[in-house]
Design a protein around this ligand. Structure first.
Ligand code: NAD
Length: 571
């Protein structure tokens, strides 16, 4: 067994749990709990820009007749912007006239009705009653949090949502600390939990009881050495690193944060450095041996007696989902039109940051709308479908995001109007795809709708370049009109160049002149598309609007594809 396999073994039960979670989430979607893809994917318990997304005219928003749709239609005057306005109105949203109190568990339990709904997130207690009608996921979903510590529930679907900002006027206070040795601090997630001078109590939540950690010697380790002018940190990840890399480095002031994204796991190194260094970090990766080397240039040529002082969570190896989000300010370098309503943004990371976003993962854009932070996930793409070689920019110094602008959105028109040189806060990366799912796959099928194409874009490139076992790679790409097809000419070009790759376009609102496939996803389309030749190992990847994803998953299952043969991209 190689290291990856051992890790896989360690996580087999976790994977099973995850896979069944995907299906149970989907089942919930169908049964009306999660309501829509935005819930399931964009996680709208508290802060999905309801106006931004889905757009008013989007098929996600308007349930076509006869189709299973559970999207909660917010009453007029209950959009995200309306909520922001209400929070600024000076109204008492907690019923405590601005007083902050300590809340016991017993007290919390009492506030469990729609009109009096308190919940606890990371030790802080909020009164959600005023928010009830503004919640895009609906009252039913929000009521699941009533009267309890909903941190895990929140993290399941909303981890990235900036609830502190969204709910700051709903803050009731903090949980009273219960002296119990069994409860351990969950400090990573309390990093930013400081509100109105209150900070979350340190010992509230047990460590996540998820999968067991890999055995000790699977842990990455690090070493450092120095020369007169440089400090070098070497991280031995102990597993093969894909070509896209795995390192996310942030040097801010004298703090150096290095995160290695290794499948489901995250290894973090975090120091306040002993002495000053220049703000440029060089990152070299030896992919096959799994080694990452960082080179920092000393501001003053002097001998360091130590690298620095360890900061919070230094040298920890935990699941990515349990690691707090880290933001850095990026500069908008360019905007290029991809289609009539979609732009490719190139963002430059600050000089001390390097970010190698693993394939299929997303980052978060955070911006302030009328003083409230609005956050939304975007899957990182490359500059082109198949760049000729490594782009001229230094690896990991910039990121590309494909953004569809929804005219009545909250965030996207703002982003579209940003001038070149403007700054944007970028958090992450995050995401659930691990390359293990591609192991031994011979037939890779991708069902993408609209911007759901973005995670497929890098997957196609990776599969073509690194997974020679894949004999066939087929994309079925659903759009409304031909003008909506992202990177159409690049896809067509790839088809002619690459025998293994095939694309089929399906339009739901085609012009009369369209000679290709029409309609929405259905069993008939998939029957021929998802072939399963003898001795093949198939993987079907799905990404798109909620209704599309629901249908696609159902249909794929009906065609007897197992849970292991299906990956649903979700943010
Ligand atoms: P869109 O509204 O333009 O729809 C594109 C196509 O999807 C339509 O032509 C139709 O064929 C299909 N479709 C839409 N609604 C459907 C339904 N109810 N049933 C069956 N088919 C349906 O798409 P868009 O505005 O580009 O939205 C793309 C979606 O993909 C967004 O919801 C976005 O959040 C999601 N997305 C997710 C990720 C991720 O999770 N990693 C990444 C990118 C995009």
């Amino acid at each position: 067994m190689d290291l990856e396999e051992e890790e896989e073994e360690d996580y087999r039960s976790e994977s099973r749990r995850k896979a069944s979670t995907v299906f149970s989430v989907i089942a919930s979607v169908l049964s009306g709990f999660l309501g829509n893809w935005a819930c399931f994917k964009v996680s709208e318990m508290l802060n999905v820009p309801s106006q931004a997304f889905p757009a008013a005219g989007s098929q996600q928003r308007v349930a076509p007749a006869g189709q299973s749709r559970n999207k909660v239609v917010l009453k007029p005057g209950h959009s995200l912007l309306d909520w922001i306005r209400l929070t600024k109105s000076g109204q008492d949203l907690t019923g405590l006239r601005g007083r902050l109190i300590e809340v016991t568990e017993d007290e919390l339990k009492k506030h469990n009705t729609k009109k009096d709904c308190w919940t606890c997130i990371r030790g802080m207690v909020y009164n959600l009653s005023a928010y009830m009608d503004f919640h895009p996921g609906g009252e039913e979903e929000l009521m699941r949090a009533a009267g309890i510590d909903s941190t895990d529930l929140f993290d399941e679907v909303h981890r990235w949502v900036n609830y502190e900002s969204m709910l700051k006027e709903c803050l009731v206070g903090r949980m009273a600390v219960k002296p119990s040795p069994a409860l351990q601090a969950h400090t990573e997630k309390t990093e930013s939990t400081h509100l109105n001078g209150l900070s979350a109590p340190p010992s509230l939540r047990p460590e996540p009881l998820s999968a067991p950690l890999p055995a000790k010697d699977h842990r990455p380790r690090y070493d450092w050495f120095q020369t007169d002018g440089t400090v070098n940190i070497v991280v031995y990840t102990k597993r093969k690193i894909p070509s896209a890399g795995c390192a996310v480095v942030d040097l801010q002031d004298d703090n150096l944060r290095v995160e290695m994204l290794l499948g489901r796991m995250s290894y973090l190194l975090y120091w306040r450095l002993s002495s000053r260094v220049q703000d440029h970090v060089d990152v070299q990766t030896a992919h096959s041996v799994g080694k990452v080397q960082l080179c920092l240039r000393k501001s003053v040529k002097e001998k360091w007696t130590q690298l620095g002082q360890s900061l919070e969570h230094h040298d920890t190896f935990i699941q990515c989902k349990d690691r707090g989000l880290f933001y850095r300010e990026c500069v908008l370098l360019s905007k290029t039109d991809v289609t009539h309503n979609t732009q490719l943004l190139r963002l430059q990371l600050p000089p001390g940051s390097r970010m190698q976003v693993p394939v299929g993962r997303h980052v978060y854009l955070k911006t302030s709308v009328q003083g409230t932070d609005v956050v939304k996930p975007y899957t990182a793409v490359d500059q082109m479908l198949i760049p000729p070689s490594q782009s001229s920019a230094e690896v990991g110094s910039d990121i590309h995001l494909m953004i569809k602008v929804y005219p009545d959105g909250v965030l996207t028109p703002h982003i579209a109007n940003l001038p070149i040189g403007a700054s944007l806060s970028v958090g992450g990366p995050e995401g659930s795809l691990t390359l293990r799912v591609l192991r031994d796959v011979t037939h890779l099928y991708m069902l993408a709708a609209g911007t759901g194409f973005t995670p497929m874009a890098r997957l196609i490139r990776l599969a073509l370049q690194e997974f020679t076992v894949i004999r066939k790679m087929k994309l079925m790409f659903f759009n409304r009109q031909e003008r909506d097809i992202l990177w159409q000419s690049q896809l067509d070009e790839l088809c002619t160049k690459e025998e293994r790759f095939e694309v089929q376009h399906v339009l739901s609102e085609p012009a009369d002149s369209w000679t290709g496939r029409r309609g929405r996803i259905d069993a008939c389309m998939l029957q021929n598309f998802l072939e399963r030749p003898e001795n093949s190992k198939c993987l079907v990847c799905v990404c798109g609007p909620a209704g599309f994803t629901e249908s696609a998953v159902q249909l794929v299952r009906q065609l007897d594809f197992s849970e292991e043969e299906l990956h649903v991209f979700q943010a």
